[in-house]
Ligand binder design. Structure first.
Ligand code: E4P
Length: 217
């Protein structure tokens, strides 16, 4: 399972990279704004900086919502660095743009996916990644993890190579459940990733080992 961090915060990206388990980064316009990154040039520079920190795929989202605009913006983003994956919204023009870029070998992440039908369309259009937002579904009393299972079944039925990128992961159990279902990738905050590390018995056990070692010396 690939681990992506879902943030535009460079310190958190560095921290996850230093752990040695990071496979990539996802960002979105809200995450950029949260870090105070505004204006085209600053946003472009920020993507470059993220690419210099991590080795894997870095999703960069277009702002345009029409086909021509998405192509123009997507081409600019893709030209920034070979690590860039163009992130397109799951709307009609987004699907058209996905097909256009997939035919040219540009990696696409279809975002804001909330149904199995949307995921199927993204796979048919050649998306590299499809991003179902599990946390946001949970927020409206809908089974986010159930959507991951449905998409897994559909993709396996037909051998689609599009990777299921479980997005809007909010906590550690989301990661474990996505891994059980067989999501190819998860993207979440540093807190959810670090949460995997924690177990009180590890801390108690280590303290005891060190105490016993001291006694024996
Ligand atoms: C995915 O790529 C999105 O950036 C993200 O996972 C959205 O998550 P949120 O629902 O926590 O904003």
């Amino acid at each position: 399972m690939k681990f992506f961090i879902d943030t535009a915060n460079l310190d958190q990206i560095r921290e996850a990279q230093a752990l040695g388990i990071l496979d990539g980064v996802t960002t979105n316009p809200s995450l950029m704004a949260k870090e105070g990154i505004t204006g085209r040039d600053n946003i472009i520079n920020h993507y470059r900086e993220i690419c210099s920190i991590v080795d894997g795929d870095v999703s960069a989202e277009v702002i345009a919502t029409d086909f021509e605009g998405m192509i123009k913006e997507g081409e600019e983003l893709a030209a920034l660095d070979p690590q860039i994956v163009v992130k397109l919204p799951m709307i009609g023009d987004g699907v058209k743009a996905c097909k256009y870029f997939a035919d040219k070998g540009v990696k696409i992440n279809m975002t804001l996916v909330f149904s199995p039908g949307q995921a199927l369309l993204a796979a048919k259009a050649g998306a590299t990644y499809v991003s179902p937002f599990i946390g946001r579904l949970d927020d409206v009393s809908t089974d986010g993890l159930g959507l991951i299972s449905e998409i897994r079944l559909i993709f396996d039925n037909y051998g689609y190579e599009t990777e299921i990128l479980a997005a809007s992961v909010r906590h550690t159990m989301h990661i474990i459940d996505c891994a059980k279902i067989g999501a190819d990738v998860m993207t979440g905050p540093l807190s959810a990733i670090s949460g995997l590390l924690k177990h009180p018995l590890t801390d108690i056990g280590l303290a005891k080992f060190l105490e016993d070692h001291k006694k024996g010396n």
